[in-house]
Design a protein around this ligand. Structure first.
Ligand code: SME
Length: 162
C-alpha cells in the first residue's frame, strides 16, 4: 500500500485538520493499535514543523510504556506521577508546556527539547496512552496546536486502543 500525504496548509489549525483527515483515512479498517500509532506518529512528524520528537506512550495498566515514535531514542517507562506525560495521563488533561525546564519533574529524553505538548488518548473512557510532541523551540505550541492535536486524537482514539 502506498499512501500519499502532501499537507499544503500553513496555518496550524488547517495543517492539523489535514493531518487528522489523513490519520483517519490511514487507520480506517485497521484494528492494530500499535500499527496505527506508528502511522499517525509518521504523519505528524511529516506535517507539523519544528518538532524533535513525536509519538506515543501506551498505558499498560500501571505506567506509560514507550510506543511508536519519530525522533531520538527515548525513556521507556514513565510512572504516572512523573513528567509531562505522566501528568497528562494521570489528570487526563492536555499539558501544554512553554518551557520544559520550568516544569517540575520534566523528564529530559532529548536535551534539545524546550517545549512540549502532551494529549491523553482516551477511548471508551479508558486511558490508552498519550500523544507526546516535543520541540526544540521555546513556547512552540499554540492554543491552535493544542486544539488541533486534541481533535486529531479524539477522531482516532478508538483505533489506537489495543
Ligand atoms: N519529556 C517527557 C518524557 C518523554 S520524552 O519527551 C519523549 C516527560 O516529561 O514526560
Amino acid at each position: 500500500m502506498s499512501f500519499v500525504f502532501a499537507p499544503s496548509a500553513t496555518a496550524a489549525d488547517a495543517l492539523w485538520a489535514e493531518t487528522a483527515d489523513a490519520a483517519e483515512a490511514l487507520v480506517a479498517g485497521e484494528p492494530d493499535g500499535i500499527a496505527n500509532m506508528a502511522n499517525v506518529a509518521a504523519l505528524i512528524w511529516q506535517a507539523i514543523p519544528d518538532l524533535n520528537w513525536a509519538g506515543f506512550y501506551r498505558f499498560d495498566g500501571t505506567e506509560l510504556v514507550l510506543g511508536p515514535f519519530q525522533g531520538k531514542a527515548a525513556c521507556i517507562r514513565i510512572p504516572l506521577d512523573k513528567g509531562v506525560c505522566g501528568a497528562a495521563a494521570r489528570l487526563r488533561a492536555t499539558q501544554r508546556v512553554e518551557d520544559v525546564h520550568a516544569f517540575p519533574g520534566h523528564i529530559a529524553c532529548d536535551a534539545a527539547s524546550r517545549s512540549e505538548l502532551v494529549v491523553p488518548v482516551i477511548a471508551n473512557d479508558r486511558l490508552v496512552g498519550v500523544l507526546d510532541l516535543d520541540s526544540p523551540s521555546p513556547a512552540r505550541f499554540t492554543a491552535d496546536d493544542q486544539a488541533g492535536a486534541e481533535a486529531l486524537v479524539a477522531r482516532i482514539a478508538a483505533a489506537l486502543a489495543p
